[in-house]
Design a protein around this ligand. Sequence first.
Ligand SMILES: [Mn+2]
Length: 461
Amino acid sequence: MMLRSTTREQAQARREKLRERLGRGLVYFPGAKEPVRNYGTFSADFRQSSHVLYFSGVTIPGCGVVLDLDEGRFILFADEMGPDDLVWHDKEPSHKELQELTGADQVQSLSQLKPFLTEAQAAGRTLHVIKENDWAGVKASEDLIRAVVALRLPKTSDEIQQMDEAMRITAKAHELAMAMTRPGLFEHEIQAAVEFIFRSAGALPAYGPIATCRGEVLHACKPHRELKDGQLFLLDAGAELSNGYATDITRAWPVNGRFTESQGAIYDVVLRSQKAAIAASVVGRAYGEVHKVAALEIIEGLKDFGLLKGSTEDIWAADAHALFFPHGVGHMIGLDVHDLEDVGEDYVGYSDGYTRDSDSLGRRYLRLNREMKAGFVVTIEPGIYFIPAYLNDPKMEARYGDFVDFEKARSMTDFGGIRIEDDVHITEDGPVVIGPGILKERSEIEALVGSEATMMDRFRI
Ligand SMILES: [Mn+2]
């Protein structure tokens, strides 16, 4: 697949909209610096700042994007490569080429950036930056943050198409992971196969994939265990297109391809919860309500299973379900996996008078609670986990003993965890799951898991 990039016209239209919202002054977006691994010349995967990608499409590390709103000018700062650079590095576009590619009114070398900004400030002009910038000596501009959030949160059909394209890559990776799974593989073999698909499509992992048979460890990132017969496997991995658009998908399946009775029962509870939460993701409803819809389904399901007891409302009010569902139902996604969280929770996750309920075991990790608007893209990712750290904690037992059958729960601490996650576009016509539809029905999963279990054997080390 060819690489994708922000087009000159897309970026130009976005700059124009920013100018309409913000009116006057200068805006400065710094490009991300090139990361290094353990030595200066050993590079790691580079990721451009999402703001720079959005407003300019420029992928050069360390560049500077300056928008002069008063004059309606876009000035790009980037170094031109000399003959020595070209011996060692892939060619970046020249200033002339950059001007053509990006529609910049002017391209200057990086050494001109600081004098340019200093001079503008000395002349009394307002400099807007999205994050406090020691180098430029200015604090984050609330006006700029609000304008950028207003532009970037509701996705255009163009952007949805980019996410859809990224999702088609993600779908293939999850299918391959399921097809190759069998007892005796190592977690890192599945992680490698997932990244093989991403990179072979010119994409990257949007975040460090979670590929684990210990799904109850929410951010398990040491994928070196051997998969055992009877275990569940959980994959949380999403591709990011070369233009930065991200996906975030989780599926869980049995290592041997057949759900046990209890695995199947718990799986179906999570799936019901996820479908109910997706259906509840409509314009005008608060995302916290979506979280509650997901949690109530989990409570009902765990009552039927005999792990929770008491009235559903009492369990919800007491947060007893949070022992099994300790995280929030999801977050915004777009150019960032946690879209725009870099500008601060007050502007994105909890704006419009909503505040995070940090004292509630069930809601303290909910990253988002505000009214849904058309164009938002959110993840919907409920899960059920058997977490030894909670289930073996006497304090938890004292607090939740009335609602939780701890003995039964402790008999299941080798269960792991199940999470099912999709990315959902909120539209006036209702929620739309982005992508081709990654399989999640139990029968579909059982048919696929292990169906290509020997495909990698010839190249296995
Ligand atoms: Mn997620």
